[in-house]
Design a protein. Structure first.
Ligand SMILES: *Cc1c(COP(=O)(O)O)cnc(C)c1O
Length: 227
């Protein structure tokens, strides 16, 4: 199936339930992105800063770019001038740097806190207690140029669909708790970024508002490292 045909069938599936589609274009050439763009897709996700900056410079300026991967503090300055949403924020230190660069650029940067829900080692993210501690801290509450729009999580890479559903359920439960405790009066705290090609249907059943789909749209990636 062509990229356009894939997108059209995903649109039919996602639009009626108001789930946003992030087209994950990492490792894919500009020609693939332009094909998706011509089919109406405007939100794209990348996980490497260098690749994201290059594509931003080369591609149409009305694309909304999301950084979905791990972000190092020293690279924040390269994306803050144009990024629409940073999905993988996992420390106060990173938020402080994003805030600092946002101030320089006279922007307010939308971020999601990445929560660790998988039972795999060496995955990035905050645990539940760390997320609450961060949101309670005075340092966080002083940051005026960032806006936490919601949470993001990556489920365990497993065939066990019950386990995946439980992990997404936990994230959804935390999302509701955090909304009630910290963002009750903030109508922007609305997003729950969960679900990739292998598990997005489960994620939607568990209340996802944004799915990050790469291989479903663009086909398998050529190299698997870091993916
Ligand atoms: C690569 C990636 C995706 C998309 O993965 P697919 O399996 O190709 O859909 C989603 N989220 C993150 C964080 C990724 O790094």
């Amino acid at each position: 199936m062509s990229i356009a045909a894939k997108l059209s069938s995903l649109k039919k599936e996602l639009d009626p339930i108001k789930v946003k589609l992030i087209a994950v274009s990492k490792t894919k050439p500009n020609s693939d992105i332009l094909e998706a763009y011509a089919a109406g897709q405007r939100i794209f996700g990348e996980n490497q800063v260098q690749e994201l900056v290059k594509k931003y410079e080369e591609l149409p300026k009305d694309i909304e770019w999301h950084l979905i991967g791990h972000l190092q503090t020293n690279k924040v300055k390269y994306i803050v001038p144009f990024v629409s949403l940073i999905h993988g924020v996992d420390s106060l230190k990173l938020l402080i740097e994003i805030n600092k660069q946002a101030l320089k650029n006279n922007r307010i940067i939308d971020c999601l806190l990445q929560i660790y829900i998988a039972d795999e080692e060496s995955k990035f993210g905050l645990d539940f207690a760390e997320a609450v501690e961060l949101l309670r801290s005075d340092e966080f509450n002083e940051l005026k140029n960032i806006r936490i729009r919601g949470l993001m999580g990556i489920a365990t890479n497993t065939e066990n669909t019950k386990k995946i559903a439980e992990e997404f359920y936990e994230l959804r439960t935390l999302f509701k708790g955090i909304k009630t405790s910290f963002f009750r009066h903030d109508d922007y705290f609305t997003e729950l970024s969960m679900g990739m090609s292998s598990d997005y249907k489960i994620a939607i059943e568990q209340g996802s508002t944004m799915v990050r789909l790469g291989s479903t749209i663009f086909g398998e990636r050529n190299y698997k490292k870091n993916n």
